[in-house]
Design a protein around this ligand. Structure first.
Ligand SMILES: [Mg+2]
Length: 229
């Protein structure tokens, strides 16, 4: 019954945490962050991931602007680590934005599943990330060719979970609600957002989080999607 599959990108297909940890580890070496008192790349990465995730959740809920994330995330990490930010001389955010989208890692089996689905469905991306960065990520991971429409918060002029984004995406794809399926890892942004316009949903839920308002399908692993579709 589905013809159009709409995928989220970060943490759904593209392995954000792994790619981010690699970028952070490189920066830790390049900028010799041991010298400013950061114990290890793993420690640096752990704090960065937690803070970055919280900031993106605030952004999804329109509590902060995108520029706030870029400006404040590394200073927040230094504070969490008890580091005086004046001792860090480099523009870590600029370097992170250069390194991160060039990382190629996808989540386990994401590529195999996309290969399996490509002849059966028309596939699209709906992401709250920024167009330029997301395009580099998809090129780096060699997945751009799977997708017909890429909707970002910039071109939809709204972001998930706003229903406008899903309406915009279906219109751009020429898809009806009944033939559309939204697949994502973010319960609020992807699942509740898509449900609000009547789309069926697949919650990519590798950590087995509980959800009150059930998605149409809940999967722990990408291989389970093949059984559904
Ligand atoms: Mg996501």
């Amino acid at each position: 019954m589905y013809k159009h599959l709409f995928f989220d990108l970060d943490h759904t297909l593209w392995d954000f945490d792994r790619n981010s940890a690699e970028s952070i580890a490189e920066m830790y070496e390049t900028f010799q962050l041991a010298d400013v008192g950061i114990e290890s790349a793993a420690e640096f990465s752990k704090h960065f991931i937690a803070i970055n995730k919280k900031l993106w959740a605030d952004y999804d809920q329109n509590l902060i602007e995108h520029s706030y994330i870029r400006q404040h995330r590394f200073p927040m990490v230094y504070r969490a680590l008890g580091i005086d930010e004046a001792t860090v001389k480099h523009d870590l955010n600029a370097e992170y934005l250069r390194l991160l989208p060039r990382k190629p890692h996808l989540l386990p089996w994401a590529k195999e599943v996309l290969d399996h689905l490509r002849d059966r469905y028309t596939m699209h991306i709906i992401t709250n990330g920024f167009a330029e960065i997301q395009a580099i990520k998809m090129d780096s991971a060699e997945i751009a060719h799977y997708f017909t429409i890429v909707v970002t918060s910039e071109n939809a002029n709204a972001k998930k979970p706003d229903p406008l984004v899903f309406e915009y995406a279906m219109q751009a794809a020429g898809a009806s609600v009944a033939e559309s399926l939204m697949i994502g890892d973010n319960y609020l942004a992807d699942i509740m957002g898509a449900k609000s316009v009547g789309m069926d949903t697949v919650f990519y839920n590798p950590n087995g989080l509980l959800s009150n308002d059930a998605p149409t399908h809940d999967i722990r692993h990408w291989r389970e999607l093949i059984r559904i579709l």
